[in-house]
Design a protein around this ligand. Structure first.
Ligand code: PLP
Length: 387
């Protein structure tokens, strides 16, 4: 029989993605469905990065790499971590992983023993609970409030701390809410970490899509030695399918994680590592992608402005917009199904992301501006005719 370690990692059943799968099925059957329920870019990786990869393949970069990433890759990741977190970072303080999810996995494995407790600030990215389960760790979910724009509240987080709490996991800019945590909110969380001697696991994979200056809690006083930053080229560099992420943190932790790479991934893909260095050094796509999502967010929010009974919450960064539709229909699943049936727009019911996002829908910005405008028009028509 399978081990308990792999059973029940991701409980099956009702998880809110049914609307998405049905939207995809209907689109494939030829219905004019607009899918706003998926979080992958609708465009390809920048061609310069693709060319760099093709060249690397041709040049014979086909071999094992160092376990924590090639020296050139670690140097480039150190440089970008210095930029993204505002903390001078050396190559010894970063480790490359095959994607941000693998970085999350490594982060949770590295700070929680069996039975230890972590705090997860909600709404959160769907894989977080399974990542804690994989470490045999317990976790508590601390909700944020829609009325607060999904900003975390330090007192509520602190109330969830237990004697065996070891870490807090946060994500800013946030998936699914698009909230960009304020410096003040992050200072409150940092204060808890210092007083309770906790690790802060800070998922910053959307750091370039925040619209303004990115604040990493790693830069707050006393936090560099107790923060592991999870990052990835998936969103910032348009490289979801390339699987290149990394962790930045204290050197002693990074060193230990090299052993985890030994027994799990045995290093990175050689030619992808070469292309990644080029993409990081030259910033291929970063500015354009950030501008594209910023433009799409503005276009969509402008298009729904003044829509009766629909309130925008969070929606400051990342790849998503969160709409409070509870004044029209408190049952967000019912709303999402009816929107799909009548106006042929696929969105994600907020309750898929926990209590705080119930009565909301999540809109993905992974469609071109005209499509988002059309979707906003359909949503407006739907909202005004909904009984
Ligand atoms: N963290 C968050 C908040 C995400 O939304 C995602 C992907 O959607 C990831 C991590 C994982 O990213 P990657 O594609 O690098 O594994």
């Amino acid at each position: 029989k399978p081990s308990s370690r792999v059973t029940g990692l991701v409980p099956s059943g009702k998880d809110g993605w049914e609307v998405h799968f049905e939207a995809v099925t209907r689109k494939e059957a030829g219905e004019p469905i607009i899918i706003l329920s998926v979080g992958d870019h609708d465009f390809d990786t920048p061609k310069e990065t693709v060319e760099a990869c093709v060249e690397a393949v041709r040049a014979g970069h086909h071999h094992y790499t160092q376990l924590s990433g090639t020296p050139a890759l670690r140097a480039a990741l150190a440089k970008i971590s210095t930029q993204s977190t505002g903390v001078a970072t050396t190559a010894e303080q970063v480790i490359a992983t095959p994607g941000g999810q693998a970085a999350l996995y490594a982060a949770v494995q590295s700070v929680l023993d069996d039975g230890d407790h972590g705090i997860v600030v909600a709404p959160y990215y769907a894989t977080y609970p399974g990542t804690f389960r994989a470490a045999n760790a317990e976790f508590s979910v601390v909700e944020t409030r829609s009325e607060d724009g999904f900003q975390p509240d330090a007192a509520t987080i602190e109330a969830a701390a237990r004697p065996n709490t070891r870490a807090i996991l946060i994500n800013t800019p946030n998936n699914p809410t698009g909230a960009v945590y304020t410096r003040k909110a992050l200072e409150g969380i940092a204060d808890i970490c210092r007083r309770h001697d906790l690790w802060l696991l800070s998922d910053e994979v959307y750091w370039t899509l925040g619209g303004g200056e990115h604040v990493s809690p790693r830069s707050l006083p006393g936090m560099a030695e107790r923060t592991l930053v999870i990052n990835s080229m998936s969103k910032s560099h348009g490289m979801t399918g390339w699987r290149l992420g990394w962790l930045a943190g204290p050197e002693r932790m990074i060193q230990l994680l090299t052993d985890l790479n030994l027994v799990s991934t045995y290093g990175l893909v050689d030619f992808i590592s070469h292309a990644a260095v080029e993409a990081l050094e030259n910033g291929y796509g970063v500015k354009e992608i950030a501008e594209r999502y910023g433009g799409r967010r503005t276009v969509f929010l402008d298009a729904i402005r003044g829509m009766n009974d629909v309130t925008v919450r969070g929606s400051e960064g990342g790849m998503y917009v969160m709409l409070d539709i509870s004044a029209i229909e408190p049952d967000d699943e019912k709303f999402a199904w009816a929107l799909l049936d009548t106006e042929k727009v696929g969105v994600t019911p907020g309750s898929a992301f926990g209590e705080a996002a119930a009565g909301h829908i999540r809109i993905s910005l992974c469609q071109p501006e005209p499509v988002l405008q059309e979707a906003a028009g359909r949503l407006r028509r739907f909202a005004s005719s909904y009984r």
